[in-house]
Design a protein around this ligand. Structure first.
Ligand SMILES: [Zn+2]
Length: 427
C-alpha cells in the first residue's frame, strides 16, 4: 500500500521545500518532485499549502495508567499526542504502582505498545516508590525495556542517592532525567514566589528550590559522566547553570515546557487552579531567559509535561488544586502562533526543538523524513486560524489555561509508521 503526500511544504534536512513524500507500508521511500509518476497506484493526499514535518517528539508526558485512569489513560493520552502532531513520546513513571520492578515495567511497556496510538517510550523510576532511598535494579530495568530513568514529580533529595543512580545509569549508557526540586526549600508554595503571589496572598515557590538542585546534580554529572537531562527548566539561574556546565563539557541536556515560554506569573489573572503547575510560571525575566536559552542552544528541546487531571482536581483555589496542565494538543499551534508568526523563532528552529533535537539527545529513531525511515509524519495547516476548544480535546484532561485562544498551525494529519493516528475532520 502506497500513499503520496503531494506538494506539501516539506521540512527535511534543515530545508523547507515544496515537494512530495512517497510512503510504502510503514516507511518513507522517496522525497522529491512529481513522485506520482513513480507510483501511479499510490493513494494521493493533496497537502498543498500545508507543512509536512517529521512527527514531533515529546520526552515528557504523564499518562496516569495504572493508578489514575480517572485523569488519563494510555489510549486517550496517546490520542491527544497524535492530535498535537506527536508521533513519539516518553511516559513518566509517577504511577500506582510505580514501575520500579522489572515485571511492572515490562507490563507497562506491553500496554503502551498495545494501546498507544503513537510510539511510547517508558521511563523507569530511579528509586523504589519514588522515595529518595533505595535505588531500582538499573540493569534489570534496562533489560525490561526502560527508556531512561526519572523520578519526575519529585526531586531526588539526597546527593548520595543521586550519585549512585548516575553511576549506575552511566555504566549502562542510559540517561538520568531529573525533576529538580529540593523539598527543604518548598515552604508550602503553590506559585512562583514574587509580587503576583503577594498580590494574590498565596505562598510562593522559590526559584532556588530548582536551581540549587541543578547545581548539585551538574557536579555529580561531571563526576560520573552520565547523560544528565534536566526536565522543565524554569528559572534564569537554571539556564545560566546549564550554560556554564555545557561550557565545561558536562554531558547535560535540558528541556523547557511551552507554558513557561508563553506565560509569566504576572499573566495569572486570579487565584485559579488552571494556572498551577510545577515548576510554576516564573517572572518575566525568567521567561526571557528561557527564550534566550533556546536561541543560543543552552536549552536543547521543548517538552510539554502533559499533565492531565480531572476537573474536580483543578477547579478553584490554587492551594487545593493539583499541579500540572495538559499540553500535547496545543503546544505546536501555540508556539507557532506566539513565536514563529511574530518572527522570534524561525519555523525550522521550532521544528528542530520539537522533533530532531529530542530524538538526537536520546538516540531515538525519529525526527527525520529520510527515505528508509519510519513514516512518522505530521501535517499542519499553518495559515488556518482556529479557536482552541475543550470539545476538540482527545485527552481526558481539559486543564489548560489556553482554551479559548485563537491559534494557527493546527494539526491536519498525523501518520505513525504510515498509519493514520489523527486526521482532522473536514469542517
Ligand atoms: Zn516534573
Amino acid at each position: 500500500m502506497k500513499t503520496l503526500l503531494q506538494n506539501g511544504l516539506v521540512y527535511h534536512d534543515g530545508q523547507l521545500t515544496n515537494q512530495d513524500v512517497l510512503i510504502e507500508g510503514d516507511k518513507i521511500v522517496a522525497l522529491g518532485q512529481n513522485l506520482g509518476q513513480l507510483a501511479p497506484d499510490a493513494k494521493v493526499l493533496d497537502v498543498s499549502g500545508k507543512l509536512v514535518s517529521p512527527g514531533l517528539v515529546d520526552v515528557h508526558v504523564h499518562y496516569r495508567e495504572p493508578g489514575f485512569t480517572h485523569k488519563e489513560t494510555i489510549k486517550t493520552g496517546s490520542a491527544a499526542a497524535a492530535h498535537g502532531g506527536y508521533t513519539t513520546v516518553c511516559a513518566m513513571p509517577n504511577l500506582n504502582p510505580v514501575p520500579d520492578q522489572p515485571e511492572l515495567l515490562s507490563q507497562l511497556v506491553e500496554k503502551n505498545q498495545a494501546d498507544g496510538k503513537v510510539h511510547i517510550n517508558q521511563y523507569s523510576a530511579i528509586t523504589k516508590g519514588l522515595k529518595s532511598e533505595e535505588l531500582v535494579d538499573f540493569k534489570a530495568m534496562k533489560e525490561a525495556g526502560a527508556f531512561a530513568f526519572s523520578n519526575d514529580g519529585c526531586g531526588v533529595q539526597t546527593a548520595g542517592v543521586m550519585y549512585q543512580a548516575m553511576k549506575q545509569a552511566a555504566a549502562l549508557d542510559m540517561a538520568i532525567v531529573a525533576h529538580v526540586e529540593d523539598n527543604s526549600l518548598l515552604f508550602g508554595g503553590v506559585m512562583h514566589a514574587g509580587k503576583r503571589a503577594e498580590e494574590l496572598g498565596l505562598p510562593g515557590i522559590l526559584g532556588i528550590s530548582e536551581s540549587s538542585q541543578i547545581a548539585r546534580d551538574l557536579l555529580l554529572a561531571k563526576e560520573t559522566g552520565v547523560h544528565y537531562h534536566v526536565c522543565h527548566v524554569s528559572t534564569k539561574e537554571s539556564v545560566e547553570l546549564v550554560r556554564l556546565a555545557k561550557a565545561h563539557g558536562i554531558n547535560v541536556t535540558c528541556e523547557v515546557a511551552p507554558h513557561h515560554l508563553l506565560l509569566a506569573d504576572e499573566d495569572i489573572p486570579a487565584n485559579d487552579g488552571y494556572y498551577k503547575m510545577n515548576p510554576p510560571l516564573r517572572a518575566k525575566e525568567d521567561q526571557a531567559a528561557l527564550v534566550a536559552g533556546l536561541l543560543d542552544g543552552t536549552i536543547d528541546m521543548i517538552a510539554t509535561d502533559h499533565a492531565p487531571h480531572s476537573i474536580n482536581e483543578k477547579t478553584g483555589d490554587m492551594k487545593q488544586a493539583a499541579f500540572g496542565i495538559t499540553g500535547s494538543e496545543t503546544a505546536f499551534a501555540l508556539l507557532y502562533t506566539k513565536f514563529v508568526k511574530p518572527g522570534i523563532f524561525k519555523l525550522e528552529q521550532l521544528l528542530d526543538w520539537m522533533s530532531l533535537k529530542p530524538a538526537q539527545a536520546f538516540k531515538l529513531a525519529a525526527g527525520s523524513l529520510l527515505p528508509g525511515s519510519l513514516a512518522d509524519i505530521a501535517v499542519f495547516q499553518l495559515d488556518q486560524a482556529s479557536e482552541i476548544k475543550e470539545s476538540d480535546y482527545l485527552s481526558m484532561g481539559v486543564n489548560t489555561p489556553f482554551t479559548g485562544q485563537t491559534v494557527y498551525a493546527n494539526t491536519y494529519l498525523t501518520l505513525v509508521a504510515g498509519q493514520v493516528a489523527y486526521q482532522r475532520e473536514a469542517r
